[in-house]
Design a protein around this ligand. Structure first.
Ligand SMILES: *[C@@H]1O[C@H](CO)[C@@H](O)[C@H](O)[C@H]1NC(C)=O
Length: 389
């Protein structure tokens, strides 16, 4: 019974691919899947051809390892473009080759671009060693970055051993990040998983983030960010901030994290601002349905960030934090204090809501501390809330 349908379906897809989608295989443009031959120019040629295609196009990267140096894929392109990656893209072994560019794979001003599948191996360990030794190191490279892009889909991508952040979304609109795996060792410096800033309408779902720095860091100018089904840890957790380093800075609003598991991370959900004057703000944030496993600071707001007491001693944060809800957060804290609200004396946190929080420390109730906050609490509260109601 089903057979005629299958035949017509495959014919349908055959015609769809054959006639409505131009395919550009990087091998055709001279790329070598041997992991040693520099294939940067071949990828760029395939990009230019696909980007100039009047009909929707697919760049295909077959199985194999492709050595790629720092590269910019620039738009706008004439139509929808998919980069379908079956292989692994590797960076040069010498970290200095990428280290001065700031970016490894950079998409600029692209609309309606999808990156499907693929593995990126930035080979960051030489760079981390340099950073740790405090030698003269290059600035380092983010692995994959989208600047000024709209309607982007990143699905099924794996990135390992980035020099700095794995994935950066900067000044973008409508971005979907789905089923990505971003992996770097616990002690690798500044290897954020995903960094979002100045962007509206970003969705991150079904992703595993095991990094040396923040799993997801949320910078100034982020609005309407939805994160769900996230596994985080090791790493520094999900962090809004650091904000308020500059006086004039865009705020962060309408941020949701739902259904997440944090394992062995330094923080769970964190909001962090510099202890400096600023016009910035954080508002309308929801953290819900979260499991903490042995997390050092499961819930934390820290408005006293001032590393090495430089640039802000005895100042207080101007960042206004309001309407932040924590709902159904359970599990274990790795330290006695599971809930820390250290808000700004000059701009106290407002509208903090706690509902059904159950965090233990070594089989006992953990503790909480509050400075300069207002809000409400309800449901089961362990530790007992220190909110002034
Ligand atoms: C908040 O963000 C979500 C996406 O996460 C969006 O659907 C919703 O419209 C936004 N709400 C407002 C008031 O902008």
């Amino acid at each position: 019974m089903a057979k005629p349908i299958n035949v017509s379906l495959s014919l349908f897809f055959f015609f769809l691919v054959r006639f409505s989608n131009a395919a550009y295989n990087v091998i055709t443009y001279g790329a070598k899947p041997d992991g040693r031959t520099d294939s940067t120019l071949s990828f760029l040629k395939a990009w230019r051809a696909a980007c100039n295609s009047a009909i929707a196009s697919t760049i295909y990267v077959p199985k194999g390892r492709y050595l790629i140096k720092a590269v910019e894929f620039t738009g706008p392109c004439k139509n929808r473009l998919t980069v379908l990656i079956a292989g692994t893209i590797v960076a040069p072994t010498n970290y200095r080759a990428l280290g001065n560019s700031g970016y490894w794979i950079l998409f600029i001003k692209v609309d309606r671009v999808s990156v499907l599948g693929g593995t990126l191996d930035a080979k960051g360990s030489g760079f981390w060693t340099c950073r740790r030794s405090g030698k003269n190191c290059p600035v380092g490279a983010r692995s994959i970055t989208f600047n000024w892009a709209n309607d982007v889909l990143i699905s099924g991508l794996t990135s390992i051993n980035s020099q700095l952040s794995h994935l950066v979304i900067n000044s973008c609109n409508n971005v979907m990040v789905r089923n990505v795996r971003l992996i770097a060792p616990d002690q690798s410096p500044n290897t954020d998983g995903i960094h979002v800033q100045s962007s509206v309408g970003v969705t991150i779902t079904g992703s595993t983030l095991q990094t040396g720095d923040d799993c997801i860091s949320i910078g100034p100018g982020t609005r309407n960010l939805h994160m769900s089904n996230i596994k985080c840890g090791p790493g520094h957790g999900v962090s809004i901030g650091s904000l308020g380093k500059e006086y004039n800075e865009d705020g962060v609003q309408n941020i949701t994290l739902t259904n997440a598991v944090f394992s062995g991370s330094d923080n769970g959900v964190r909001i962090k601002s510099w202890a400096r004057p600023s016009n910035s703000y954080v508002r309308n944030v929801l953290f819900q349905n979260i499991v903490m496993r042995n997390v050092e600071n499961p819930i934390i707001i820290d408005q006293n960030y001032c590393p090495n007491s430089q640039g802000c001693p005895r100042q207080s944060s101007g960042v206004k934090i309001s309407q932040v809800t924590y709902k159904n957060i359970q599990g274990t804290s790795a330290t006695p204090e599971a809930v820390t609200f250290d808000c700004s004396p000059s701009n106290p946190c407002r509208g903090i809501r706690l509902q059904d929080i159950k965090l233990s420390y070594r089989n006992n109730a953990a503790t909480s501390s509050c400075k300069n906050i207002g809000g409400t609490s309800s449901g089961v509260l362990m530790p007992l809330s220190c909110l002034q109601i």
